[in-house]
Design a protein around this ligand. Structure first.
Ligand SMILES: O=C(O)CCC(=O)C(=O)O
Ligand SMILES: [Fe+2]
Length: 195
């Protein structure tokens, strides 16, 4: 428990730095308190356990989805099992994300895609169990506060760009996502302006 708290505290420093760099490209030069509530008002540490399985092809693992976070910081052990979807291919192709000792995987989530009006794209991914070893992965989901309104940032729309998304309350987006089985990047449709 103590280690988990310590990990979150240290990760928070890295997360703030990452968000500063990502938001700088969106013309947000400083992350004020209000933005902080929107970007990282609620952080969740999860533990995923995938027991070894003689027939991984028969299991669901974690089905294809994108995270509904701003970003996700993922620590994985050395067994492997995470795949990301290659966008734009005609065939469905998946790239294995090999475990690298001491490295964290950073996923862009739907919230950052929405706030950036599609400049950043959330990454579709899935995880499968291994035949011979069990696997543990530990994501930190960096989420907005439940009450936060999520939409394209004013700084992004300043140039006259058309908003692709409307403002949605994060808790509504969250409930929508968890009301159905994972289904690729379908959840983001919930926030789309259909004009
Ligand atoms: O186990 C993994 O590597 C990824 C798990 C995942 O995608 C999730 O928890 O959202
Ligand atoms: Fe995920």
């Amino acid at each position: 428990m103590h280690e988990a708290i310590e990990y979150m505290k240290r990760a928070e420093i890295v997360i703030k730095r990452l968000l500063q760099v990502l938001l700088d490209k969106l013309n947000v030069k400083e992350i004020d308190k209000e933005n902080e509530h929107m970007l990282m008002g609620a952080m969740r540490l999860n533990f995923n356990y995938y027991p070894k399985c003689p027939n991984p092809e028969l299991t669901a693992g974690v089905g294809r989805h994108s995270d509904i976070s701003t970003i996700t910081v993922l620590l994985q052990d050395d067994s492997g099992g995470l795949f990301v979807h290659r966008e734009g291919d005609i065939t469905d192709s998946w790239i294995h994300v090999p475990p690298v000792n001491g490295a964290l995987v950073i996923n862009v989530g739907d919230v950052l895609q929405i706030m950036s009006n599609d400049l950043y794209k959330s990454v579709e991914h899935r995880a499968v169990p291994n035949r011979n070893t069990s696997r543990i992965s530990i994501p930190i989901f960096v989420n907005p506060e439940p009450q936060a309104l999520i939409g394209p940032l004013p700084q992004v729309l300043e140039s006259g760009e058309r908003p692709i998304y409307k403002q949605v309350k994060y808790s509504d987006y969250f409930s929508h996502f968890f009301s159905k089985p994972h289904d690729g990047k379908k959840a983001i449709e919930f926030a789309k302006l259909h004009v």
